[in-house]
Design a protein around this ligand. Sequence first.
Ligand code: ZN
Ligand code: ZN
Length: 387
Amino acid sequence: MLKKLIILIYIVICLIQLSFAEIVNIGIYHNSKITSFIFHPEEGNYSVFTEQGKLLDLDKSELLELKYINNRVHIKSLDKDYGSFKKVRFLGTSYKNAFKVKITGSKNIKIYEDNLFVNLHGYYNYFQLINNIEIDNYVAGVVESEVGRSPPPEYFKLQAIICRTYALKNIKRHQSEGFSLCDKVHCQAYNRKPKSVLIKEAANKTNGIVIVDSDINLIVATFYSNCGGETAKSEEVWRQSLYYLRTVKDTFCLHENNAVWSKKIPKSKWTNYLISHGFPKENLKPECGLEYFQNCREQFFNDQNVQIQFTKIRTDFRLKSAQFNVIPNGEFVTLEGKGFGHGVGLCQEGAMRMAKLGHSYIDILHFYYKNVHMIDLEYLDFFKAEF
Ligand SMILES: [Zn+2]
Ligand SMILES: [Zn+2]
């Protein structure tokens, strides 16, 4: 009897953990100083709660205006003033729920799924809006915001898995501000409820799947636009060496949009840059540093016994990638580069090409992230509960 009771308690604990893991709090309109907006149910019905309890029920025919007045949320409808409160919760009560937000003074209306929490950002005198949302709904919104609607459906699945893994790996990033992740590229771009049915399907079909390493820890699922034919090791760009972020020779992206780039820089600017980074000013022959070839991805521009990290040159000259040759060109040098982005992890244009050629999302993820595992979040919770 006692054993059965312990098992029952354990199952309940697992279910509670699982249900918590499936909901995320996203800070929407992050850093926008919102003091007034309209809330309007788009799908399903909503109940409105304040610190004093339930205030009212809302359906699609109704809308509410919320205003920041004297450090309170002032709520009114078209025909009724409901008063002022410290916090407001819009909770969806139907199977599917979505709502519109229209910021006062903006023509733009955004639709979000699930719930909305409205807090006061007292110090700065504006609202903090938090979308309390089921993780797969959030993931679908991120996929559309990050990659648009044009990639093939199989690609949406792997991008959904990456975005879900990233979200859970970084779930405490804004904990001190009272939510999990913001809606900007600082975390992951999340603009609104996705319009694409295919993206929604991709998030649902990969429901709960995340990528873990050999220790069952969520991986750092980095991605970028195009690797230029070869991905970078994590330690070449960041300090951390991660066994699954290794060099991969990638021929899939070579003819895609961001495969090559070039940039012309005045010769004097380039030479002065090299001198300021240790190139010998005296005895520097005119041709030194003006011609350089990277046959494969190199970490350092290595000439005249001086090393400059390619990633630093990329940042300093705002280049698309750290993989380029230097070609003398009269009073200029031309940097002829490959790829777009940091080059660590999944190459999006290569992965899209693989998806078009019929590779499965699992094969594509294994191609870019070495020796990782795709597991259901349910088992991740199980492992964490066990150990
Ligand atoms: Zn953020
Ligand atoms: Zn590539």
